[in-house]
Each structure stands twice: as structure tokens, then as C-alpha cells.
Write a protein that binds this ligand. Structure first.
Ligand code: B16
Ligand code: MG
Length: 216
């Protein structure tokens, strides 16, 4: 493809390395419930909303809980998670991200955020990236979690662009599926065997330049 008019970035796992923090917090809840929970299980929760993630962990343990119990568990998970992310600094931005955002800006390619996280504003502030996104759609603005395409469609709409004008960067299976269901080109950031539904997979954001779009 030629250069896109915009790039829409996932947050957790693409811009910042919050995946281990989510894992630690979910593992604490799973341990309490005596549900085995590994990093492989955590892979399935990437991009998935907080409540849906809790439901899936309960499902792994063959358990059911009432809506109020789920609310109580997710609230405590979030306290553990927020405690970790509140200590984040610009050093927690993943390698290559700032350079790539600069490159997009210099080439008049718009930059947007498409995250499932309700903590996105706090994270962006902590790492000093709040003013880098023209449009920022996060878990506070959507009613359907990835793999539903709502978060990216809303982002494109707020940019005044169609999905064909935008490229999505995603680290989660659910996020890649959301992008593809919304008719976006999608670059997976991570392992190609996990993100095989993406149009292209890169291991990380290090040393990427505009030639990446020629590969789509
Ligand atoms: P919160 P992303 C997602 O963010 C995470 O990948 C996922 O693990 C998390 O459960 C979800 O946000 C909700 O996060 O509890 O902070 O609202 O990858 O879409 O940026
Ligand atoms: Mg992610």
C-alpha cells in the first residue's frame, strides 16, 4: 500500500510494556481462587476487557460468580495493577516507539490510540505521551471489547477517515481480529505464529520506518 493517512496504536503491549503487570495482577486473583493461571493463559486475555478477562479466568477454573462478586474481584485486580502502573515513567515506553511516532508526525501521518484499557489516560500521562495522539479511544469510550472492531472504527471515525486509510498496530490475537473485522490493515507486534491473522507481523517496534507500509 502507499502511505496510510493514520496509524492507530494499541497501548498495552505495543506502546508500553504493561503485559507483565496485568499478568501479576490477574495471577493474584487466580491464586486466591485456586485457579491455575500461566503466561500462556494470559496471552488469551490481551486486548480483552477487565470484566470479560475475569469471566474467562473463572471459566478456566470451571467456576461461576455473581455480577457483584466479579465486580469485587476486578476492582481488587485493578488496585494491584494501578499500583504497578502508577510507578511507570517514560523509560517504560517500548523501544522504537517514540522514534516511530516522530517519523509519522514528520510525514503528516495522523496518530491515534485504540486501547481496551480504562487505565489508558493514566498510563499515557505516566509515560509522558498524552499529547502525542490526535485521537485517543480507550476502554472508557466503548461498549464492545476487542475482537469487536468498535474501538478502531470509533478511532477512524474521530479522525474523519475510513478504515482503508488507517493501519492498526496490535499485540493481541483479539486486537488483530478486531482490526481485520473492521477492514483495517493490521501489523501484529509479537510472534508470527500467535498473530498469524495480521497482514504482517514484526517482533517489536525497534528500527521500523515507512518502508513497512510497502509490505502490506
Ligand atoms: P484495564 P490494550 C487491554 O489493553 C489489555 O491488553 C488487557 O490485558 C486488559 O484487560 C484491557 O486492556 C483492559 O484494561 O483493566 O486497564 O481497563 O492492549 O487494548 O491497550
Ligand atoms: Mg495490547
Amino acid at each position: 500500500m502507499t502511505l496510510p493517512k493514520a496509524c492507530i496504536f494499541d497501548l498495552d503491549g505495543v506502546i508500553v510494556d504493561t503485559v507483565p503487570a496485568h499478568f501479576v495482577a490477574w495471577k493474584a486473583m487466580a491464586d486466591e481462587l485456586n485457579i491455575p493461571f500461566t503466561e500462556i493463559d494470559n496471552e488469551q486475555l490481551k486486548g480483552v476487557s477487565r470484566t470479560e478477562s475475569m469471566r474467562r479466568i473463572l471459566e478456566m477454573g470451571g467456576m461461576t460468580k455473581s455480577a457483584s462478586e466479579i465486580e469485587e474481584l476486578t476492582t481488587r485486580k485493578n488496585h494491584i495493577y494501578v499500583d504497578i502502573i502508577s510507578k511507570m515513567t517514560p523509560n517504560d515506553i517500548l523501544p522504537g516507539v517514540v522514534e516511530f511516532l516522530d517519523l509519522l508526525k514528520d510525514n503528516d501521518i495522523a496518530i491515534a490510540l485504540g486501547s481496551s484499557s480504562k487505565n489508558a489516560p493514566v498510563i499515557l500521562k505516566a509515560v509522558g505521551l498524552s499529547d502525542r495522539f490526535e485521537v485517543a479511544v480507550d476502554g472508557n469510550h466503548i461498549s464492545h471489547s476487542k475482537p469487536h472492531p468498535e474501538v478502531f472504527l470509533l478511532g477512524a471515525d474521530q479522525l474523519g477517515l475510513s478504515p482503508a486509510d488507517c493501519v492498526v498496530f496490535e499485540d493481541a490475537i483479539s486486537g488483530v481480529q478486531a482490526a481485520k473485522r473492521g477492514n483495517f490493515k493490521c501489523i501484529g507486534v509479537g510472534e508470527s505464529d500467535i498473530l498469524h491473522e495480521a497482514d504482517l507481523v514484526i517482533p517489536d517496534m525497534k528500527a521500523i520506518d515507512l518502508s513497512i507500509f510497502n509490505q502490506l
